[in-house]
Design a protein around this ligand. Structure first.
Ligand code: V55
Length: 404
């Protein structure tokens, strides 16, 4: 077995994107707080330390990774603290509260899900990520935001480009980005987004409607004023990346997990009230936002025996925390029956995901519709399941078959 320090100094982002789990298993056991040169950041990998830092009331303000900041620009709620953070949460939360979501989510998701399934149910086979998980995920949020005129292929292209830019985290030994060209896709997506959304904002300013972006512009503003585009866009990018991509990852991961336990899949199909449990376990097993959250040590601080200098960014690897051997038995296995122990899939503390209930509802409804129409769905075992990603992770392809 290689020396842990050699492992840490040699690790690359590309390797982590292929499969982060073996590296983080070593970190949890041997270096739960570790400075990783390829990232220019400390990584915290255990559940206990991730929980502690995410919940800390003081000393650990939120920041955004350098690559994330380069992608979203200043002003995203991910890196806001105090009053600025409260205001931005106040802007996005009205549409995401459970009572609001329950009023609209069935109409938002079910008809489109049914239409997609009707389009492939007689084929007997589908690559279910691109045929179903991704389009359901992006269409639901796209319609909620007021982007019903953007095709699901375009929304998918945008989240993908923003995602590769956000996670283009590698730095060289001077701390500069190792792959500056890796931000070009994100810059292209943002140019397209602005070209499309700017005229819509012009209209929403004069003619408010029920869409989320229209509310972001108007809610809580003095009469005759609207929020500036400088405030709207970075937060719109947050939604167009994570909130677009991750429900799709969660659906695909949950299906892949269930395919790994055919007995458990059968039970879920016989009793769809088990779907939320299956999705929660799927999202524990492979956290869709695997390693994207960063805090900064306000003062010099010692964590897990490691002294971190003031001002150091520290990445909380929630996907690793969710596989912590000290909290979960056989953490690498998908298991519907494992005891429900809270996990870090939706983060924790003040910055815990604002979209938890929305995302969970979209995933649940998508799986309900799919498994109802295709109760005999199974994995095409002649094809590999290919998971990919370190910052964000999920199956890129999941080939399925069923009897017609
Ligand atoms: C995060 C969440 C996002 C995103 C980028 O928590 C990073 C990390 C919900 O969207 O777009």
């Amino acid at each position: 077995m290689s020396d842990i320090n050699e492992l840490i100094s040699g690790i690359t982002i590309a390797e982590l994107e292929r499969d982060p789990h073996p590296f983080y298993e070593r970190l949890r056991a041997e270096a739960p707080v570790a400075f990783v040169p390829a990232l220019g950041m400390y990584i915290v990998s255990t559940r206990e330390l991730c929980l502690e830092i995410s919940r800390a009331a003081e000393g650990w303000p939120a920041v955004i990774s350098a690559a994330g900041g380069r992608t979203f620009g200043p002003g995203a709620l991910l890196s806001a603290n105090g009053d600025a953070h409260r205001k931005l949460r106040g802007m996005v939360e009205p549409h995401l509260q459970p009572s609001a979501v329950d009023r609209y989510v069935d109409d938002l998701v079910r008809p489109f899900a049914r239409k997609l399934i009707a389009g492939f149910e007689n084929d007997g086979a589908a690559e279910i990520i691109s045929a179903y998980c991704e389009p359901v995920s992006v269409r639901a949020l796209g319609d909620l935001l007021g982007l019903d005129d953007v095709s699901h292929d375009t929304l998918r292209d945008w989240f993908h480009k923003l995602s590769v830019s956000f996670t283009n985290a590698a730095v060289d030994d001077t701390g500069e980005f190792a792959n500056p060209d890796g931000f070009i896709p994100g810059d292209e997506a943002k140019a397209q987004i602005i070209a499309h959304v700017d005229p819509k904002i012009d209209r929403w300013i004069e003619h408010p409607d029920r869409s989320a972006i229209s509310h972001w512009l108007h809610d809580g503003m003095p009469e005759g004023q609207t929020r500036s585009r400088e405030e709207i866009y970075p937060n719109l990018y947050v939604f167009l990346l994570g909130a677009m991509q991750e429900p799709g990852h969660a659906m695909g991961t949950t299906l892949a997990g269930l395919f790994s336990r055919p007995d458990q899949l059968e039970r879920v199909i016989d009793d769809p009230t088990l779907i939320p449990r299956a999705a929660a376990e799927g999202m524990r097993w492979v956290a869709p936002i695997w390693s994207a959250v960063v805090k900064v040590a306000e003062q010099e601080v010692t964590v897990g025996g490691v002294t971190i200098p003031a001002g150091s960014p520290v990445m909380l690897s929630y996907g690793s925390a969710n596989r912590d051997e000290n909290a979960y038995d056989a953490p690498t296995a998908f298991d519907l029956d494992r005891p429900v122990i809270p996990n870090l899939t939706f983060g924790g503390g003040m910055h815990a995901c604002a979209g938890t209930y929305f995302a969970t509802s979209v995933v649940r409804i998508a799986l309900e519709e799919l498994l109802e129409v295709l109760p005999n769905i199974e994995r095409d075992t002649s094809r590999e399941v290919s998971f990919w990603g370190w910052g964000f992770r999920g199956p890129t392809e999941l080939h399925t078959t069923w009897e017609v």
